[in-house]
Design a protein. Sequence first.
Lengths: 133, 601
Amino acid sequence: MGTGFDFDYEHCTECQRCMIACSVAKEGHVFLRRSRISIVRGWPELPEIRVCRFDDCAGHPCVEACPVGAITSEGGLVLIDAETCTGCEACVGVCPSTAITMMEGIAQKCDFCGGAPECVSACGTLAITRKGA
Amino acid sequence: MASSAHDLLLRIDCTSKKVSTMKVDAALKAYVGGMGYGTKILVDEVDPAVDPLSPANKLILAVGPLTGTAAPMFAQSCIVTKSPLSGTILNCYAGGFLGAEIKFAGIDGLILEGQAPDWSLILVDDGRVSFHDAGPVMGRGTSETEAYMRASFGRDVRTLSIGRAGEKLVAMASVFTETRTFGRGGAGAVLGSKRIKGMAFRGSKGLDVVDRVAFSAAVAKNLEIIRSACAEQYNLLGMFSRVGTGAGVGLVNGKQVLATKNHLLGTWAEAAKIDGFSYAKNFYTRPVACYGCPVHCGMLHKFRKPEGGESWLRGPEYETMYSLGTALLNADPVTLAEANQVCEEYGMDTLTTGVTVALAFEMAEKGLVREPGLSLAFGDRASILELLRKIGEREGLGGILADGPKKAAERVGGGALSYAMQIKNSGFAAWMPTRMKGVALSFATSNRGACHKRAPIGAEITGQVDMDSKVGKAEMVKGIQDLVNASFTLVACRFHEFVSPHSLYVELLAAATGQTLSLDEFALLGERIWNLERLFNQGAGFTRSDDNLPDRCFEPMEGEAAGGPIISREDLSDMLDEYYALRGWTSEGVPTKATRERLGI
């Protein structure tokens, strides 16, 4: 299994359990605005899922865009170092997945939960699974 | 760690556009939230005799302590007001994402008072309230109104709105939130009377609980129960999960209690064309959920209109398959979807509106009413769609129907009242009191009229108890009414307790807020609220004689179900006597002093 997700948009019910689980894991409690994954309704069309694509992101433009080298990619695992981030927002606009948001002046995104993403465990319909799982 | 209840409500005076906050005190806190808060506040602050559409009526929008948390199936929000349809106290519910957003905005709800000097939209932005001109969306449907609010206030707001029916004070006007509906009782007309076309909420805050470890454990346990149920082929929740609430049509048809053709028939072979399985098989279907819900009973369908062009609908729900389907002898799934859409855009309750159209068709059959250009024949597509529109516009015959089935039948006369399927002017939900005696007693005694949310439907339809027997029904109905009222303080989805034990409610509540209730206290809370409602309705002029059923319920059905046993007036009277006694009410249905003291009201 690589670093990244497989999506089955037809099976996303937009329940937001992924966002609930993500925010509980990262913030300690439900905090949807700080979830690193976001489900955006597009009725009657399928939803947009905003989260880092890791392996599946072509060229990782956020890494290129960061002027201080705060964003790194090792074997597809793209991470932002909060200590190094200056909050310039250069990465936010270039992300093709709209997966980076500013939180208290620091760029934040999915960190793949150390290899066992909470959103994947929380999804009851397998709309989001680990890549290749 | 902080409580998931904010103990804070907003009081919005539409007349002066002044806003104040209301801290939840201990007396109100005892009512937990949702329906409890709404009922207590309305009863304390509004004269039961008030005209529901006058500025003196209030509308309370409240969520519960578990709304917005990680606990599943607590997505709904509650509106309590005095109903312009029934004249009783009203509580109604809508799922979706509105409730969670209200919590993320830092409040447990709000009280709307007065009447705005001009048509307004209200934005509640993290608890800050502002009024905005509704001019650009006046006369528009609910979806356009919601789209306008998102364009004006930001894509991330969650909204509620009324359509033209609410603007025109149609008695069964409802309030919509992204295709979910505060359906029953005309809350949309109350909002219209206050000249509030819509509201938008933005909540950017987090929501904690007092005991994260215990809460997470309770949530995990609950999720497991629900997911297991959904995985079972013949579990009702499982069927809802796969095809939506319309899964049950076949079962009810088989039991000969599928309300058809204005409750004349109890079975209909054509019904299989418009049930949940049929929609799932014949139309593009995608299950969509309310906030945090693993059941995802909402079904988004796409269909092609006869005139051409693709359209979509989230629904129809089970109750609408009856009210705009079987009740009207309409077996065309596309006509049903379109009828549902008309109700959605005009902002009308599909139940009471459909029941009223069925009444109109039967009145037309008997030569009592007519409408130029329409056959008003059962099953006629053009008549269904056009009459719905006319109700929403208060136009022609629609103007008579727009005040609800009882008032329309009284106005038309000619014996129409005997087959107006309503109680307290509120249209029947999809069940037949003619056969199901527990449902009969529930409908007759409901504080909001012909309500199915607190009826022993599951027990009677699945055969756990004999639907034709009156034995034990009074106790059963009282128990359900009390417990459902209690669960609506949280605000739990009505389907939650299909599989989850009530012990989980108090467990989740304690872990989330620190508020501890025993199961007995929980049921007593429901009973207290039920009695508060009853006293309010008594003040509004309701008596035992209003706890009744229309004549049709006491007459044999036609068609295949014709030979079945039916309820008699004596049966109903006996059950009422027993029920009143169990409740500690007089034989006239008035809570005694001793009962009021026992309940502390």
